[in-house]
Design a protein around this ligand. Structure first.
Ligand SMILES: Cc1cc2nc3c(=O)[nH]c(=O)nc-3n(C[C@H](O)[C@H](O)[C@H](O)COP(=O)(O)OP(=O)(O)OC[C@H]3O[C@@H](n4cnc5c(N)ncnc54)[C@H](O)[C@@H]3O)c2cc1C
Length: 511
């Protein structure tokens, strides 16, 4: 079989890229190893409960005019999900349990209760300090980027707004902690900001780029802000991207595990599936699998050796523990959809078993659970060491003991929110780094590359191998749904003529 482009992997990065390329008029086949599309963001069903495997926090998607690159992808392919909006989430912190709302002013109320006027002043100073960086972070939409000289034309509409920010570039790519330390000395505020950084990038403020935080500040702390959740869960977002791919003639092949990337000379020419079937790509093979899962697919060749040298040593973030529960929801109507639990600030937000996220999306979307029931996804976000699990046989008693031991922290967190949760359970699934590795086909079950701001940059979509590009969280700009959608956009743009890219920008109102 021959097609223009083969995308390896149907994560949000791969689907964004594939759907956009189909929109650009190319023949696209997306090969997904799993039987369900969506990668880290796939949804699955058990006994009438619809579960999210990964993301739970979405923003800037219900507003068609937002700067979120995933919104730009949806606009470009003419697809959408329906969105629930909300603004309140629960916090269970060492200081106590309370509800907070998105929005800069609302957080002042939390600070007034927990810390006092000095902390409020520092928070307001930080908001003021971040404002121009926020403007800088959204001055150039990733949808305008491409990795070739055509970029000179496609970024030209934004040069005016970018010029004012040129001097901020070094700080934007540097660690957020540098900026934060200028005005924030309050220990609670520093911990809080560290936590936000960790949730964004898998690293604390010292490793998270100012650009990432500035984008978040611009998004979360604008007037009238709400958070979003897709009706039908993350599966609905995946379905929108798949519709965008297929309506333009693109194909999604599930259960199509790529065994090898084929090369002729120094050019990638197609893929071989585990079944032995081969698919030829006239234009390009795009790897959406993580870089560590992509490198073993390549034959030995000088160009592949260069790629290995460049990227094999990228450090991976740790993995996850997951607890998926279906529970009796009687009397729980008052609870927020999301809670964040921090056990101990002193241990640091990246410490294993210290931070737990609780997502109960059926609070917003009751269709995710049978009547009177609730769907829960509790997880330790990117802080579970893979080494503890490495080599364990999933059928062994040792594995099951470790599962019980390491999931206790999620139960304890949940009991702070629903004290009698154990009596309510109707279905219980515990996931470990090995589950994560197996179902998400991810090396060491990792959250993604741990590339610290100021020390290194995420690589762009091109590789030293002609015809092989990458997209997804191993590629600029990094981890998270907006970032991987951005990388899918940039990779797709890089493959098409400037005039088509230019036209698409006009179609989605970017020029
Ligand atoms: C528990 C969790 C919570 C998260 N929460 C949030 C959140 O709230 N907000 C947010 O913005 N982000 C969140 N993230 C991060 C976000 O989900 C990821 O960064 C993003 O989904 C990664 O997308 P991707 O396209 O890069 O890769 P992936 O989703 O990893 O997709 C890669 C795909 O490639 C496939 N694949 C791999 N090897 C092969 C092969 N050989 N052949 C065929 N297919 C292959 C895999 O099966 C997979 O489907 C969360 C992640 C997790 C795990």
């Amino acid at each position: 079989m021959k097609t223009d482009v083969i995308v390896i992997g149907s994560g949000i990065g791969g689907l964004s890229c594939g759907a956009l390329l189909a929109r650009y008029g190319l023949d696209v086949v997306v090969c997904e190893s799993h039987m369900i599309a969506g990668g880290a963001a796939h949804g699955f069903e058990r006994q009438g409960f619809q579960f999210d495997s990964g993301p739970s926090l979405y923003s800037g998607l219900s507003d068609r005019n937002s700067n979120n690159p995933l919104r730009h992808v949806l606009n470009a392919i003419g697809e959408d999900a329906d969105w629930h909006t909300y603004d309140t989430w629960g916090c269970c912190l060492p200081e106590g349990d309370f509800a907070t709302q998105v929005g800069a002013d609302q957080f002042c109320e939390v600070l007034a209760t927990l810390r006092g006027p000095e902390a409020i002043t520092q928070w307001q100073q930080l908001q003021a300090l971040m404002q121009p960086y926020g403007e800088a972070a959204i001055a150039l939409p990733p949808a305008a980027l491409r990795f070739d000289w055509g970029c000179l034309q496609t970024v030209s509409p934004f040069l005016g707004s970018m010029l004012g920010h040129v001097l901020r570039l070094p700080e934007l790519t540097g660690p957020f902690s540098q900026l934060m330390h200028r005005v924030v000395s309050d220990p609670f505020l520093r911990h809080w900001l560290d936590l936000l950084c960790f949730l964004l990038s898998g690293l604390p403020a010292s490793g998270t780029s100012t650009a990432e935080m500035a984008f978040m500040f611009a998004d979360w702390y604008r007037p009238g802000v709400t958070l979003d959740y897709p009706v039908g869960g993350s599966a609905a977002l995946v379905a929108a991207l798949v519709r965008g791919l297929e309506k333009q003639g693109g194909q999604l092949r599930l259960g199509a595990h790529v065994d090898a990337i084929m090369m002729a000379g120094d050019r990638a020419t197609g893929v071989r599936l585990q079944t032995g079937e081969t698919l030829q790509a006239r234009r390009a093979v795009i790897a959406n699998a993580s870089i560590w899962d992509t490198l073993p697919l390549l034959p030995d060749h000088p160009a592949t050796r260069t790629l290995r040298q460049q990227r094999q040593t990228m450090p991976p973030c740790p993995s996850f523990m997951h607890l998926h529960l279906g529970i009796d929801a009687t009397g729980l109507e008052h609870l927020a959809c999301h809670h964040i639990v921090v056990n101990d600030w002193a241990a640091g937000v990246t410490a294993a078993q210290n931070v737990v996220l609780i997502s109960m999306p059926s609070q917003l979307d009751p269709t995710l659970a049978p009547p009177g029931k609730a769907t829960l996804h509790v997880y330790t976000p990117g802080n579970e060491p893979y080494d503890l699990w490495q080599g364990l046989d999933r059928r062994s008693a040792a594995y099951h003991q470790l599962k019980t031991q390491r999931s206790a922290v999620m139960w304890q967190a949940l009991e702070r929110v629903i004290p009698d949760v154990r009596q309510r359970v109707e279905i219980e699934l515990v996931g470990t780094p090995l589950t994560h590795e197996r179902f998400l086909r991810r090396y060491r079950g990792s959250y993604g590359p741990a590339i610290a701001a100021g020390k290194a940059l995420f690589p762009g979509p091109k590789t030293p191998i002609d015809g092989l590009l990458c997209c997804g969280d191993s590629t600029f700009p990094g981890i998270g749904l907006p970032a991987v959608a951005a990388s899918g956009f940039i990779t797709a743009n890089t493959l098409v003529p400037v005039k088509d890219h230019w036209q698409l920008m006009a179609d989605i109102g970017l020029r």
